[in-house]
Every structure is written in C-alpha cells, then in structure tokens.
Design a protein around this ligand. Structure first.
Ligand SMILES: NC(=O)c1ccc[n+]([C@@H]2O[C@H](COP(=O)([O-])OP(=O)(O)OC[C@H]3O[C@@H](n4cnc5c(N)ncnc54)[C@H](O)[C@@H]3O)[C@@H](O)[C@H]2O)c1
Length: 257
C-alpha cells in the first residue's frame, strides 16, 4: 500500500529539482501524477520514465506556465481527462533573481511576483474547486527560508515567498470547510539548479553551506519531497495553514565557533 494510492496530484515545476523528486516519490507512493512545467522536453521525458517504471497511467506531462491563467485552465482539463479528478496540488514552480532592491528593475520584480506569487494564487484559484469536487484533499505551497527572514540580494524573491505564506494561511481557513488542507514547505538551501547558478563554483557553494548551516551541508531535493509527501498524505491529517521549515537548522541561529 502506498501513502497516496488513489490520489491524483498536480505538481508544478516538476521537470527538475524539488518538483522532479516530488513527482518520483509521489508516483512511487501510488499517486497518479500530473507533471506541469515550462521545460517540456525534460517534463515529458520524466513522465515517460515514470510510466515505463510504474505503469502506463502513472503520470502525464502538461505544459503549464503558472503565471498564465489560460494554461491553468488547460492543465486542469488535461488532468481530468487523463485521471477523472484532481485531489492534490503541489505549487512548486519558482524563479530566483539576485539583485539589491535599489538595483532591481521593476520588470524583474514583477516577473518574480508573477511566477512565485501569482502562480501560487492561480493554483489555489483553479485547482481548489476541483479538489473540493473530488471530496477534499491537499495543497502544498513552496515558500522558502526567505519567507520567514530577510536575505540581502533576494528582495523580490523574499517578498513573494512571504506572500506565499499569507496565501497559505488564508487558503487554509477558507478551504477547510471543503475538506482541503493547505500547508507550505520552507526549504533553506537545497541542491538543485536554482542554488547552483551557471558560473558559480560548486565547491564554493558546498563550503558556504558547510559554514552557514548547523547540519553542515546543503539539503537534498529528495528530503524536501519527503516533507511534501507528509503534508499531502493522511499522516498530516490534522495539520493545516502551517509553514514547515526544512533547512538543516539554518534559521535556528548562528554559531560563533
Ligand atoms: N533550491 C533551493 O535552495 C530552494 C530554497 C527554498 C525554496 N526553493 C523553492 O523551491 C521551488 C523549486 O525550486 P528548485 O530548487 O527545484 O529549482 P529549479 O530551478 O531546479 O526548479 C524550478 C522548476 O520550476 C519551473 N518553472 C519556472 N518558472 C515556471 C513557470 N512560470 N511555470 C511553470 N514552471 C516554472 C522550472 O522550469 C523548473 O523546472 C521553488 O519554488 C523555489 O523557489 C528552492
């Protein structure tokens, strides 16, 4: 028995990184997964691999730019056509831009808001009614360590991740009557393409997190996937409206030694 047998879960940003690991784990736990992304080749290849491994109806890929409502409407229709319902959403797609606030162009700020914040809102708006129609389920939004504290150089990103927590709390209150639980994961530094930008020495990244993080290392996307599984499964049946920090102790404080 898998923890997600009989469930149909849509995961955004599922082509790589944390979303990919969530898709792999959820499918292994028995869910039908709807992989959504803008990286079509990678997303389609992953869906094909999951179907070959777990059965031909294990996964489908849909093109979904989370900032565009017509894409949400089409993705929901495609998911229902494939599996008849949707009873879970993991809003994981996100982008990061580095700039101090006074140097951030308005269009860059708005682009980050459009993907990270509006994308999360559109997920709730378009998928929650489907989850309620299916009898209830779960939404997991992907916030960040920077949803709970500041970090120089990522002002637009941190603002959107704070907003994701606001959306999560309000959605939890509004959707509880429809038997929908809504929570957020708040990862610290996780080893994905986002935290390894082109041109940055991986050894320097490793050394940085060795110093900054009490557990002495960067996180693995598989570890975030396990938290998303907990929040999507019945194991978290009495939990809603909460941020869950997964950061190796980074937010707990600093060490002088
Ligand atoms: N890696 C970290 O250290 C870290 C830390 C905290 C939070 N996060 C958050 O975790 C989530 C996953 O990030 P990741 O680390 O796996 O990064 P990633 O860059 O590897 O993956 C992000 C995925 O989102 C997709 N995406 C980007 N814009 C999109 C859009 N408009 N529509 C649909 N898909 C889109 C990308 O194509 C990619 O597949 C993000 O929300 C990110 O902000 C990451």
């Amino acid at each position: 028995m898998g923890k997600l047998d009989g469930r149909v879960i849509l995961i955004t940003g599922a082509a790589r990184g944390q979303g990919e690991q969530e898709a792999r784990l959820f499918a292994a736990e028995g869910a039908k997964v709807v992989l959504a992304d803008v990286l079509d080749d990678q997303g389609e290849a992953l869906a094909k691999e999951l179907c070959e491994e777990l059965g031909e109806t294990a996964a489908v890929y849909v093109h979904l730019d989370v900032s565009r409502e017509p894409d949400w409407i089409a993705a929901v229709a495609a998911a229902k056509e494939a599996f008849g319902k949707i009873d879970g959403l993991v809003s994981n797609a996100g982008i990061l831009r580095f700039n101090e606030l006074v140097s951030t162009p308005l269009d860059e700020f708005q682009q980050v808001v459009q993907v990270n914040q509006v994308g999360c809102f559109l997920g709730i708006r378009n998928v929650a009614p489907e989850i309620e129609a299916a009898g209830g389920g779960t939404i997991v939004n992907t916030a960040s360590y920077t949803a709970l504290t500041g970090m120089a150089g990522v002002g637009a990103y941190a603002a959107t991740k704070h907003a994701v927590l606001g959306l999560t709390r309000v959605a939890a209150v509004e959707l509880a009557a429809g038997n929908i639980r809504v929570n957020a994961v708040c990862p610290g530094a996780v080893d994905t393409p986002m935290s390894n930008p082109d041109g940055v020495d991986p050894a320097a990244v490793g050394e940085l997190y060795h110093k900054l993080v009490p557990l002495g290392r960067i996180g693995r996307p598989e570890e975030v996937a396990k938290l998303a599984l907990f929040l999507t499964s019945e194991d978290s049946s009495y939990i809603t409206g909460q941020p869950f920090v997964i950061d190796g102790g980074w937010l707990a404080g600093v060490s002088l030694f």
